[in-house]
Structure formats: structure tokens, C-alpha cells
Design a protein around this ligand. Structure first.
Ligand SMILES: CC/C=C\C/C=C\C/C=C\C/C=C\CCC(=O)SCCNC(=O)CCNC(=O)[C@H](O)C(C)(C)COP(=O)(O)OP(=O)(O)OC[C@H]1O[C@@H](n2cnc3c(N)ncnc32)[C@H](O)[C@@H]1OP(=O)(O)O
Ligand SMILES: Cc1cc2nc3c(=O)[nH]c(=O)nc-3n(C[C@H](O)[C@H](O)[C@H](O)COP(=O)(O)OP(=O)(O)OC[C@H]3O[C@@H](n4cnc5c(N)ncnc54)[C@H](O)[C@@H]3O)c2cc1C
Length: 642
């Protein structure tokens, strides 16, 4: 099963080998539990381990393999980020995709050797979503052949970029490029921020940390202002766009090609989300099979809380989602790598499809991951609320994904643009022009769902039902939009008036893709036992998801009330079938105790003793009487007694 999750037997074996090596290297372990550290201590601890990793990485992993690097980071540095998180996640990808060969030769080896630390500085205090209204400017000075970076007002301060505040000395900065008074829109520039020897900010640069956040507090998300700060013309990233010495602008082959670093993260973050969901579920499911509370049959002893159907209903559909996201994520990464290769050789025709797909997936996956992790926390009762469970930290990190790389509603609307264009093709009889991901929009469906009517139909009837609801909602939302425009409404106003319906279509389309990716994967599996276990999980997935969106299928009578009862019964049937496999389905992800950082989710199940040990190690317990008591509470009580 681990091979299915991680992509191959070799990958699963390598993960095990890497975890085993890390277990033998105490210098790479947290020196004390992260929840007991201050933010400064955590950053220091992370930098310490990061430095050792830079020295010893080659002994543990193949540093050129992104999957091994990702695993190493998760084990050693953890989910809360690290002082170089954005260096790998966005700075290097941005240089790789947007810098010319000559620029790459100059900067990439230094970045890869970690001679310099970089980030991706795009979002500002006043604007994050609407890139066209970013306010930082890069004005070309023809006389000196330099760009002059400037922050005209407070809202133009860069705000949020990870590791910008204190750790990075370089950044890819996105600014409006102005040449001879003409604004060419946002473009990426390579900018040195700090002196390489002293790490002091360079003259003309104002920089710092934006303060503590809901989670991710090891990352120094920062602010950055420029006061007429000059950089050479050749620091504009010039793989696709060029500016010649005389100010001549050579436009890129696709208007949005400079957004590729964002698409990179949107594609790769899906499996990251799956891992976080599976981690929280691993903790909750293990704990649920240790925790005994109450009886189902009063004549019997107390049961493990995992025996309660409500507990299973709370956890198991999310287990199915974690697998579904992992499989859909793996497919998306493959597609991304393919499109990136094509883009590098000048073919930009697949960019729109990839953008639409990743926009929808990013939004649905992060939202459902957050939901699943929060349910996992509640499933652990009181102990879930303790930082000893570590679930609250996983939650805080995971839901950051609903916001970064494009706020979820906004990204769903990006997918909706693609769906509406596709609907227009269907309506104008040009279904043959539909791309493969939306081809179903042009296919006539049966009048009613055949779920429960055709024996041994596998998952075909389910897929058809998802296709039906997605198609219907897409065409309905598109009709609403076209209808408003026909009545004379301006395009943008009509769009806004339909945007809730449009986003519903985007969600349904994305959920269909996730179901299809799960079905594709299960169909590929040769090992009978693995196939059986995953088929059970897939049954739970399709039935649970369909029940969740049933109103769309009921409103036009595609599903009947009796079919809905059948689907509900199937959910209960598969909850029971999955119960014996539940812990194994999560243990198959092979998270080590070091990686999980959870007292509640320990592999050995020795929860209570370790919770007590953990509580005793709280800094508050270093002394029996705190100074808050001697200074304030004790005098207060004494005064009251007088
Ligand atoms: C290796 C990584 C592994 C794991 C990662 C795990 C953890 C990550 C850890 C920490 C967090 C890390 C990073 C977070 C970093 C950031 O958040 S960086 C900042 C990200 N910011 C955003 O995402 C901003 C969101 N906004 C946008 O993307 C755009 O503004 C917009 C798409 C909403 C709109 O752009 P505009 O330029 O204004 O668009 P427009 O003029 O309205 O045109 C729309 C048309 O353009 C098409 N389009 C837009 N984007 C793309 C694209 N990327 N590719 C192709 N096409 C694109 C769009 O489809 C429209 O086309 P039409 O034909 O319909 O017109
Ligand atoms: C943990 C974290 C890490 C980050 N790291 C980085 C980084 O490394 N580099 C970087 O540059 N940035 C980074 N960011 C910033 C992030 O990318 C932005 O916050 C994000 O893109 C959302 O933009 P915003 O803050 O402007 O939200 P807003 O756009 O102000 O969103 C506020 C509300 O308005 C709604 N809204 C906005 N526009 C529309 C619209 N057109 N239609 C409908 N609704 C709309 C949104 O849906 C939302 O409900 C990070 C953010 C976080 C939380």
C-alpha cells in the first residue's frame, strides 16, 4: 500500500531508509517538543537543523530528487516551515522557469549550493489577489540601463512573502514594469536585498517580519519597501519576456507565462495537503483505537471509540479523501511537469487547461483537507485540543493553503471562466473542440442515474452521475450568465451576479476529477489484496461524496429517493467494511513518530503515560509556585482575607 501511496516500491523503500537514517541522527531531532518553544527558539532550532542538513543531506538522500527532499524536510524540519522554505518552494522554481539560460547560469548554482537564500515577493499590503493593481514599480532608466524599484505608498509594501523578513538575502520581486512611461504590467525581477557578508539590508531597502500568525510561525513572512532602489536591466527575468538596452520590449508567448511559479506550487501542494490530512487522521484513528469510553452493549466492557459508527463516519470518508487527493495530486504533478517542458520549448497551448485544473484542485483539496483535520481533532475529544496531539498545528498549516497561492473563491472563479467557455462551445454545437478534461460536457447523459440498477457496473454509473451533476450545474450557471448579458447587463456585473453558482460548478467539476483519478488508480492496481482494500475505500468515497452533493442530482430527478437510500446504506456498509483496515490504511503512509510530532498519535499507542510525561515537561511546571502567583494572585487573596 505504501508503494501505491508514494508512487512505487522504490520510493516507499527509500522513505523507510531515510526515516531510519534520521532516527539514528539525534542532532536532527527536535531538542524539545515544538509547542514548548517560543517563536525565536523554534526559528533558531530550525536554522540549526537546516545547517546540519545542508552539510549532511548527501549522506541521507539524493538531493536532486524532490520527493526525497520533501520527505527529509517533513521529518527533520516539520510542517511549521523553516528559514528557507520559500527558497525551495518558489525562488528556485521561479528562476528555473522564468530566468534565461544565461541568468540561470549566474544565479541557480549559487541558489542550489545555498550560497544565497531567496524568496518570492509578490503580495503587497494592499493587494494580493488582483495582480494588475500591485503598486510596486520598476521604472526603466534608459541612461543607466537600470530598473528603479519603488514603493510609492504604504499599501505598496510587499507583505506576506515567506522568509522575506529575516532570512532571505535575495528575492524574485514582482513589480509593474514601466518603460518610457508605458506600463507593461507585473513582471518578475531578481533583487538583492541584503549584504552578502553582513546580512544587513542594503541602502534603499526597508525589511522586516510581519509578526506571529495562526501557524507557520517558523517562517518569517515579511514586509519589504524600496526607496528608488536600482538594479541592472539584466535582472528582469528574461526567459520569456525581454527588454533590450534601448528599452524595446519583447512580449512573452503567453500573457500569463510569468505566473508559472504560482502554478508550480498549486500543482505540488495537493500531495502536501493529502499528507497533512493523512497525518491528522493517523493520529486520530490510532488514538481512537486506544481510547476506551462507554459501552455499545451494556453487558460488555467499554469499547474503543473507533467502534462507534459516528466516529467512523467522522474519520473514514476523510481517509478516502486523503488517498483520493494523493492520487489526483500525483496525476497533476505529472501533467504540470509535461506542460512545463512544453512551455520551455515554446508550446504554451496547454497552459489554460493546467491553470483551470490546478485552480479548482487547489481550492477543493485545501478546503476539504481543513474540514477533515478539524473533524480528526474533535474525534480526539479533549486531548485533541491539547498541543500534545499536534493536530491544531497541522490544521493551522493546512488551511493556510486556502489562502496562499490564490484565495480559494478567486481560484474557483478562474476555473469557472474555463467552464463557461466550454459551455459556450457545447451551446454552439462545437463540442468536438472541448478539451479532454471537459469532454463530458458535450456528451448526452441518460435521463436517470443507473446506480443500483446495473449489477457489477463497477464505478461507471457513479462517474456518470458525477458527470451529470457537474454538466448540469455548469450549463445552468453559464445560462444564467449569458441570460443576464442578453438582458443588457455588463459582462463583469453579470459575472458577479452568477459567481456563487459558477463556483458551485467549479467545485462539482473538480470533485468529478478527483473521483475519476481515484477510479483510474484503482483500475491500474494488479495486487489483489491492495486492490480490494482500495476498492472498499473507493466505494465509501463515491457514495459519501454523492450523498454530499445529492441535492444537485435530486432536483432534476436524476437520482430518486430510493437511490439515495441505497447510497446511504452503501456508506454505512463500507464504514463497517473499512473498520478492520482503518489503522492500517493510515499506517501505510509510514509516518514516523519523529515526523508526526504527536503524543496522541504514537505508533506504540502508549498514550496516557506519555501525555503525563509531556505535561510534566511543560515550562510552567519547572516551579511549584509561579511568579504570577507570588506577585499578583497571592497578594490579592491575602488582601481579600483581611
Ligand atoms: C514544491 C512545493 C511543494 C509543496 C508546497 C507546500 C507548501 C507551501 C508552503 C508555503 C506557502 C508557499 C507559498 C505561498 C506563496 C504565495 O502565496 S505567492 C502569491 C500567490 N498569489 C496568488 O496566487 C495571486 C492570485 N491571483 C492570480 O493568480 C491572478 O491575479 C488571477 C489569476 C486571479 C487574475 O490574474 P490577472 O492577470 O488579473 O488575470 P486577467 O487579466 O483577469 O486574465 C485572466 C485570464 O488569464 C488566465 N490565467 C490566469 N492565470 C493563468 C495561469 N497561471 N496560466 C494560464 N492562464 C492564466 C485566465 O485563465 C484567464 O483566461 P481567460 O481566457 O478566461 O481570459
Ligand atoms: C501562509 C501564507 C503564506 C504566504 N506566502 C506568500 C509568499 O511567499 N509570497 C507572496 O507573494 N505572497 C504570499 N502570501 C500571500 C497570499 O498569496 C495572499 O494572501 C493570497 O493570494 C490572497 O490574497 P489577499 O490576501 O489579497 O486576499 P483578498 O483578495 O484581499 O481576499 C479577501 C476576500 O476577498 C475575496 N475576493 C478578492 N478578490 C475577489 C474577486 N475577484 N472575486 C471574488 N472574491 C474576491 C476573497 O475571496 C476573500 O474572501 C502568503 C499568504 C499566507 C496566508
Amino acid at each position: 500500500m505504501a508503494a501505491q501511496i508514494w508512487g512505487s516500491e522504490k520510493r516507499a523503500r527509500r522513505r523507510r531508509e531515510i526515516s531510519a537514517k534520521i532516527a539514528q541522527m539525534p542532532e536532527l531531532h527536535d531538542s524539545k517538543p515544538l509547542p514548548f518553544m517560543t517563536r525565536e527558539e523554534k526559528i533558531m532550532e530550525s536554522a540549526r537543523k537546516l545547517t546540519i542538513l545542508t552539510e549532511k543531506m548527501g549522506q541521507i538522500i539524493d538531493p536532486t530528487d524532490p520527493a526525497e527532499l520533501y520527505h527529509l524536510n517533513n521529518e527533520v524540519l516539520g510542517l511549521e516551515g523553516n528559514p528557507m522554505a520559500l527558497h525551495g518552494v518558489m525562488f528556485i522554481p521561479a528562476l528555473s522557469a522564468q530566468a534565461s539560460d544565461e541568468q540561470q547560469a549566474k544565479w541557480l548554482p549559487r541558489a542550489l549550493r545555498r550560497e544565497i537564500i531567496g524568496t518570492y515577493a509578490q503580495t503587497e499590503l494592499g493587494h494580493g489577489t488582483n495582480l494588475q493593481n500591485l503598486e510596486t514599480t520598476a521604472t526603466y532608466d534608459l541612461a543607466t540601463q537600470e530598473f528603479v524599484l519603488h514603493t510609492p505608498q504604504i499599501t505598496a509594501l510587499k507583505w506576506w512573502p515567506g522568509n522575506l523578513g529575516k532570512s532571505s538575502n535575495y528575492a524574485v520581486v514582482v513589480a509593474h514594469m514601466i518603460i518610457k512611461a508605458k506600463n507593461y504590467g507585473p513582471h518578475p525581477f531578481m533583487v538583492q536585498l541584503r549584504d552578502e557578508k553582513t546580512h544587513e539590508p542594503l541602502p534603499g531597502i526597508t525589511i522586516g517580519d510581519i509578526g506571529p500568525k495562526m501557524a507557520y510561525n517558523i517562517v518569517d513572512n515579511g514586509f519589504l519597501g524600496f526607496n528608488k532602489y536600482r538594479i541592472p536591466r539584466t535582472n528582469l527575468l528574461m526567459r520569456h519576456t525581454k527588454v533590450e538596452a534601448d528599452g524595446t520590449y519583447i512580449k512573452p508567448p503567453h500573457a500569463k507565462i510569468n505566473y508559472s511559479a504560482m502554478v508550480h506550487v498549486r500543482a505540488y501542494m495537493l500531495t502536501g495537503q493529502a499528507i497533512m490530512l493523512a497525518s491528522a487522521l493517523n493520529i486520530a484513528t490510532r488514538y481512537s483505537s486506544v481510547r476506551r469510553q462507554g459501552q455499545i452493549d451494556k453487558s460488555q466492557p467499554e469499547v474503543k471509540v473507533l467502534e462507534y459508527q459516528t466516529q467512523q463516519h467522522r474519520l473514514f470518508p476523510s481517509i478516502a479523501r486523503a488517498y483520493a487527493f494523493q492520487f489526483a495530486g500525483a496525476e497533476t504533478v505529472k501533467l504540470y511537469e509535461h506542460v512545463l517542458k512544453e512551455m520551455k520549448s515554446g508550446n504554451v497551448s496547454l497552459m489554460a487547461d493546467l491553470h483551470a485544473l490546478t485552480s479548482g484542485l487547489k481550492s477543493v483539496v485545501t478546503y476539504q483537507t481543513g474540514e477533515g483535520i478539524e473533524q480528526a481533532r474533535m474525534a480526539c475529544g479533549g486531548h485533541g485540543y491539547s498541543m500534545a496531539s499536534y493536530i491544531s498545528e497541522i490544521y493551522g498549516v493546512a488551511i493556510g493553503g486556502c489562502t496562499y497561492e490564490g484565495e480559494n473563491m478567486v481560484m474557483l472563479l478562474q476555473l469557472a471562466r474555463y467552464l463557461v467557455k466550454s459551455a459556450a462551445l457545447v451551446k454552439s454545437g462545437q463540442s468536438s473542440k472541448l478539451g479532454p478534461l471537459v469532454a463530458y460536457l458535450g456528451v448526452k447523459s441518460e435521463p436517470t442515474s443507473l446506480i443500483d440498477r446495473i449489477p457489477n457496473s463497477g464505478f461507471t454509473e457513479y462517474v456518470k452521475t458525477f458527470q451529470h451533476v457537474s454538466k448540469r450545474q455548469t450549463l445552468k450557471a453559464a445560462d444564467m450568465f449569458f441570460g443576464l448579458m442578453e438582458k443588457g447587463e455588463k459582462r463583469e456585473i453579470a459575472w458577479n451576479k452568477c459567481s456563487v453558482e459558477l463556483n458551485r460548478a467549479s467545485r462539482l467539476h473538480t470533485r468529478l476529477f478527483i473521483v475519476e483519478a481515484f477510479v483510474r488508480r484503482v483500475n491500474e492496481i494488479a495486487d489483489i489484496r491492495i486492490k480490494e482494500a482500495l476498492t472498499d475505500l473507493l466505494h465509501l468515497h463515491v457514495n459519501y461524496e454523492l450523498l454530499d452533493i445529492a441535492s444537485y442530482a435530486l432536483e432534476d430527478g436524476f437520482l430518486s429517493a430510493s437511490q439515495l437510500d441505497y447510497i446511504r446504506d452503501q456508506v454505512y456498509l463500507y464504514l463497517g467494511k473499512i473498520r478492520p483496515n482503518a489503522v492500517s490504511l493510515l499506517d501505510s503512509w509510514e509516518f514516523s513518530d519523529i515526523e508526526l510530532r504527536s503524543v496522541l498519535g504514537r505508533r506504540d499507542g502508549n498514550v496516557y503515560e506519555n501525555l503525563f510525561k509531556w505535561a510534566k515537561s511543560s515550562p510552567l511546571n519547572k516551579t511549584d509556585v509561579l511568579s504570577s502567583v507570588t506577585q499578583y494572585l497571592k497578594p490579592m487573596m491575602e488582601k481579600a482575607r483581611l
